[in-house]
Design a protein around this ligand. Structure first.
Ligand code: MGD
Ligand code: MGD
Ligand code: SF4
Ligand code: MO
Length: 705
């Protein structure tokens, strides 16, 4: 019996899916991943029967990937949570009984209030997973409540890049496919399959069809690498050295944009002196790339009339994360590619009460902001508003922590799978006084909660979607059981905790308020459906860059003021050969979204088991054949993965899947068996951002009998 089924025979189960929309075809925005594709949902005879790509949506022009096509499977899945659940057995046993919303919300509010009175608001950590267009709600709630501690995977996702941009040039850049780049430098990104940031991979592929050239930097020969003009097969974790050698080459060959450098940057002489130490010959061994290949790639990039950099998580999950991101921005800057058509365009917020303003940072008193966990260790991460994960676990587990953490409210994050050193995460979750998890499923993390709150997926909510190029409307077509939205839950909790002044009587009222600054309301956006944000280039010519000097800080004095090096520097190699012969890294699967969807048959059938990619020579050395189970061990832990032989990686590199668990195994989902983060640790973090090292981790690989 599934643990969420009522033990009380008088409890009447709700229909699994209640349809809220009229029969017909309805336009909306997919959120099975970050892509933000336009989708059309068909309601027929009171049921959601079909989903297809919206040919009129400028972002995806009709495209819908396998995950998008699995949306209705997700909606109708029999294991969806349908009612709040209260823990009845020991933590992690998965034993719960259903309760009503009023009782559930009262209990969460009481636990938050108790922690606030006893230990201060900072003792409550609000966690969320990768963004699902409600991130600004969670931050607003935390600020209003008085806790500076919002936990998320920002440090290993895309915030190293965001913060490098903010400190270097006052903003965040994205690839300008509208401007038809002559070349795209794809650095540690599998864009064609992962579709990050609301600019999906098909935009890149159609640019390539129209003549855009590619240079790919990745330890794996991905499908993009196979089509690229050049492929630099970098050793995992050696990105900063490679980027500096490319800058060295460009300056040495005098191939940089003199005019832009003179007019719009500071610190060029310092940069030039700094990279003198990184000629391609000096980094060839550590990066695994012959010097002449580095030179040729750098010169091809510099010579391109316009070039953009597609920067993925490859270099951001590493001790050097922030430095690589800075180095790549400097490369773009000196080649004149910033904010030019077909280059790296600075994001201009669309003017709604959105990501930047909606969190109301001013609600958090400065003395509370000073208690952000990890603020003393990783100052740039703290500046971005996120708490540092390792410091959160310390605050739960260390008896003499200066700001103890006792309580967590988690909105949509599978903490046990996605953070370094999963064992330590588990110990911390076990130690909490109170843990509530808001999710669609009883994930391994939700199974550890005192209270689980059922939430609606993307087909079940009205939401404003804010992306690089547009603002659009997502609609609630259905409701699963008695699930609600994150926005509704936070609003209800706010009313119970005396925070009503910062919220609305009903969460949906916020939709109108947020659109007011652009002179629209929700009904109008819903009718319009998609509102493109006008693209502007060369904004710095009139406004300067958003830094103190108004110029691009090649040498970043703000970093020096924080006690960090003002120019990017690669750290020494992580680990020693005694820690293992192989360099481990991980990648996101095309068919899943982080830890989601392994219970959707159409997707699971495409990749039924967790695969370890290993080179045939390495496999032969370890006596492994294709399809064998292998044990992968590091200083931190050991897991099992199924061997897949591939010559797309170097013989000393192995690649594991991110976030693997087995939902079919019931509560807990066998999360210890194949979870790569049992192998990772909180050591070797990036000083600025606290990024964990998931790249180039030394490991042993052996055959499982
Ligand atoms: N080793 C290694 N570790 C990694 C990575 C890696 O590549 N390698 N990747 C890192 C990255 S980039 C990221 S972003 C993180 C991902 O970390 P998480 O964001 O924690 O990822 P998920 O596992 O997808 O967990 C999201 C949960 O939210 C639930 N959910 C979905 N939609 C909603 C919603 O609308 N509301 C609520 N409340 N819940 C919802 C899903 O069911 C799922 O259980 O992992 C990081 N960890
Ligand atoms: N299908 C699918 N789509 C997703 C996700 C998913 O899980 N599945 N997750 C979403 C999330 S949260 C994010 S953040 C994005 C991530 O999107 P991406 O960044 O595109 O995806 P990743 O798979 O994390 O890794 C990108 C590439 O980095 C390479 N890589 C590994 N180690 C290194 C290294 O040391 N250096 C370099 N240069 N490259 C390296 C990997 O081989 C991989 O090809 O995708 C989002 N979209
Ligand atoms: S790329 Fe993402 S947003 Fe687009 S259809 Fe696939 S899952 Fe949906
Ligand atoms: Mo991410």
């Amino acid at each position: 019996m599934s643990p969420q089924r009522p033990a009380d025979p008088t409890h009447r189960p709700l229909p699994l899916v209640q349809v809220l929309a009229e029969d017909g075809r309805h336009r909306t925005i997919c959120r099975m991943c970050h892509g933000g594709c336009g989708a059309i949902v068909t309601v027929d005879d009171g049921r959601l029967t079909a989903i297809e790509g919206d040919a009129e949506n400028p972002n995806n022009r009709g495209f819908l990937c396998a995950k998008g096509r699995a949306s209705l499977e997700q909606l109708h899945h029999p294991d969806r949570l349908t009612t709040p659940l209260l823990r009845t057995g020991p933590r992690g046993s998965g034993e719960f009984r259903p309760i009503g919303w009023a009782e559930a919300l009262d209990r969460v509010a009481a636990a938050l209030d108790q922690a606030r009175r006893t230990h201060g608001p900072e003792s409550v950590v609000f966690a969320q997973g990768t963004d699902r267009n409600y991130q600004e709600w969670l931050f607003r709630f935390a600020n209003s409540f008085g806790s500076p501690n919002v936990l998320g995977p920002a440090h290993v996702c895309f915030y190293p890049r965001v913060m490098a941009g903010i400190l270097t040039l006052g903003g965040f850049t994205f690839c300008d496919y509208e401007g038809s780049p002559d070349l795209v430098l794809i650095w540690g990104s599998n864009k064609a399959l992962t579709h990050g940031d609301g600019v999906i991979g098909t935009r890149l592929l159609s640019a390539v069809r129209d003549g855009t050239r590619m240079i790919v930097v990745d330890p794996r020969r991905t499908s993009l690498a196979a089509r690229a003009e050049r492929f630099l097969q970098v050793r995992p974790g050696e990105d900063t050295a490679l980027a500096l050698a490319m800058i060295h080459t460009v300056i040495e060959a005098d191939a940089y944009d003199h005019e832009f450098v003179a007019a719009h940057t500071v610190g060029f002489e310092d940069l030039a002196a700094h990279v003198a130490d990184y000629p391609p010959e000096a980094v060839a061994e550590r990066t695994g790339i012959p010097a002449e290949q580095i030179r040729a790639a750098a010169l091809a990039y510099a010579a391109a009339p316009s070039a953009a950099i597609e920067l993925g998580t490859g270099p951001q999950q590493h001790r050097d994360s922030f430095h690589t991101c800075r180095a790549l921005l400097l490369l773009s800057a000196i080649c004149g590619n910033l904010d030019r058509p077909g280059g790296d365009v600075l994001w201009d917020p669309p003017g709604i009460d959105g990501r930047r303003s909606f969190p109301r940072a001013e609600l958090l008193p400065p003395e509370q902001a000073a208690k952000r966990l990890g603020g003393d260790r990783h100052r740039i991460l703290a500046m971005s508003g996120w708490a540092h994960p390792g410091s959160v676990w310390d605050a739960v587990l260390e008896p003499d922590a200066p700001h103890p953490v006792t309580t967590m409210l988690v909105h949509g994050s599978n903490l046990l799978l996605n953070y370094a050193d999963s064992d330590r995460v588990q110990r911390a979750l076990e130690r909490l006084d109170f843990l509530a998890v808001v999710d669609l499923r009883l994930t391994p993390t939700a199974a550890m909660a005192d209270l689980v709150l059922p939430v609606g997926g993307w087909l079940e909510r009205d939401q404003i979607v804010e992306h690089a190029h547009y603002v659009a409307a997502r609609h609630a077509f259905a409701r699963v059981g008695d699930s609600r939205s994150d926005e509704w839950i936070l609003t209800e909790l706010a009313h119970r905790l005396g925070l009503s002044a910062d919220f609305w009587p009903d969460a949906r009222d916020a939709l109108d308020t947020r659109l007011e600054p652009i002179g629209m309301d929700w009904r109008q956006l819903a009718e319009l459906h998609y509102r493109a944000t006008p693209l502007a280039y060369h904004k710095y010519r009139t406004r300067g860059f958003g830094t103190r000097s108004g110029k691009v800080g090649l040498r970043c004095d703000a970093l020096r003021a924080f006690g960090y090096p003002p120019l990017p520097v690669p750290g020494p190699p992580v680990g020693t050969p005694e820690d293992g012969r192989y360099l481990l890294t991980s990648a996101h699967s095309p068919f899943y979204f982080n830890s989601e969807f392994r219970d959707l048959p159409s997707l699971r059938s495409k990749e039924p088991e967790p695969l370890l990619d290993i080179h045939p020579d390495a496999a032969a050395r370890e006596g492994l054949a294709d399809g064998d189970w292998a044990e992968i061990a590091t200083r931190t832990g050991r897991i099992r993965l199924r061997v897949r032989l591939t010559d797309r990686i170097a013989p000393d590199v192995v690649v594991a899947p991110a976030a693997w668990w087995y939902p079919e195994r019931g509560p807990g989902g066998g999360w210890r068996d194949s979870n790569v983060n049992l192998l990772t640790s909180n050591d070797d973090e990036n000083p600025e951002m606290g990024s964990s090292t998931f790249r180039g981790l030394r490991c042993h690989v052996t055959r499982v009998a």
